[in-house]
Design a protein around this ligand. Structure first.
Ligand code: NAP
Ligand code: ZN
Length: 352
């Protein structure tokens, strides 16, 4: 066991402040990573403020962060995938049983014994796992991803959650050339959804509550932008969408999007508002619409997404911050005021 500097929140209302957390010495299967950048996901904010208490209560102190890129510093004797010096990533998963049907099908995210990167039972040290707002992390090699060498690392970090969370359902639902796809909410997830759906050749429409994001949406790859509070504009598109990806983090009217689906159209929820959404049966029945959800992606698919982003030169649009600005960043994230992901330069923590 050794100590690593980290930023932790001591309670639901406490700011994140510097502290020291325990990390295990690498076992034979482990990779130790010096963290270079860590993205700030809205899930970090939900977790720090214990907004998901009903589903996964937060254990304090919490060290969030599941959009990690870094450099391998050492590896256990049985590690074959990575070596010291490699640039690697870690997302939301750090362990799973690797023997159940979900794991065998490359869906580690649905393994009943999966371990999330933070706020999950730590089977090595006891207590809970601690995430990427820290100097280093030790992870089983299976959950460590290769990072394409041509991409900017600050912008790669968000791919480990925002990238895979949007890539996975976009691929699953066959979004491609000739399909009309919508993305609701232009935040961290939403802007990656736009880039990925555009790279796959789909016609992409952004639905936003922020009229000032319109030009950015077009630059990011959208073909059109609809300000969702404009009912007349929404109604013009009734019955036309094959697929809509809903990334909204708060309560909103899902019915107004179900009305936009074509026959057999699907809305996938990746946004995780704490409160239930209101769905009218008739909004699904008419048109054989479906409403589904999706959670990150498995390790094989996460590597596929990173390789896809490498080939297409895709990274997140990031605002790089020192970790000392983290609480300010959280306040801005809560107000949808980020273009389009905060990425923490972890050198700022090493210097503290
Ligand atoms: P984010 O950067 O804050 O983006 C969310 C966007 O939703 C905002 O930028 C805003 O876009 C829109 N929005 C926010 N409040 C709204 C409201 N009251 N009504 C309508 N639109 C609103 O968050 P994120 O990091 O992309 O995460 C989004 C959600 O996905 C969070 O709930 C997060 O926990 C969840 N998540 C799920 C998974 C998964 O595996 N399923 C993975 C990661 C994150 P506009 O300004 O364009 O309206
Ligand atoms: Zn996330």
């Amino acid at each position: 066991m050794y100590k690593s500097k980290a930023y932790a929140a001591a309670s639901q209302t406490a700011p994140l402040t510097i502290s020291a957390i325990p990390r295990r010495e690498p076992t034979e299967r482990d990779v130790r990573i010096e963290i270079l950048f860590c993205g700030i996901c809205h899930s970090d904010l939900h977790a720090v403020r214990d907004e998901w208490n009903e589903f996964m209560p937060t254990v304090y102190p919490i060290v969030p962060g599941h959009e990690i890129v870094g450099r391998v510093t050492d590896v256990g004797s049985a590690v074959t995938k990575h070596k010291p010096g490699d640039l690697v990533g870690v997302g939301c998963l750090v362990d799973a049983d690797l023997t159940c049907n979900e794991c065998k099908a490359d869906y580690e995210q649905f393994c009943p014994n999966r371990i999330l990167t933070y706020n999950a039972p730590d089977e090595h040290l006891g207590g809970v796992t601690y995430g990427g707002y820290s100097e280093s992390v030790v992870v089983d090699e299976h959950f460590v991803l290769r990072v394409p060498s041509n991409l900017d690392l600050a912008g790669v970090a968000p791919l480990l959650c925002a990238g895979i969370t949007t890539y996975s359902p976009i691929r699953h639902w066959g979004v491609t050339k000739g399909k009309k796809a919508g993305v609701v909410g232009l935040g961290g997830l939403g802007h990656m959804g736009v880039k990925i759906a555009h790279a796959l050749g789909a016609h992409v429409t952004v639905f936003t509550t922020s009229p000032d994001k319109k030009e950015d949406a077009l630059r990011l790859g959208a073909d059109e932008v609809i300000v969702s509070r404009n009912t007349a504009e929404m109604e013009k598109h009734a019955g036309t969408f094959d697929f809509i990806l809903d990334t909204v983090s708060a309560q909103h009217d899902i019915g107004s999007y179900l009305a936009l689906l074509a026959r057999d159209g699907n809305i996938t929820l990746v946004g995780a508002p704490p409160q239930p959404l209101n769905v009218a049966a008739f909004s699904l029945i008419g048109g054989r619409h479906s409403l589904s959800g999706s959670a990150i992606g498995g390790i094989r698919e996460t590597q596929e997404m990173l390789d896809f982003c490498g080939e297409h030169n895709l990274t997140a649009d990031v605002e790089v911050i020192p970790i000392q600005k983290i609480n300010e960043a959280y306040d801005r994230l809560a107000k949808s005021d980020v273009k389009y992901r905060f990425s923490i330069d972890m050198a700022s923590l090493r210097d503290e």
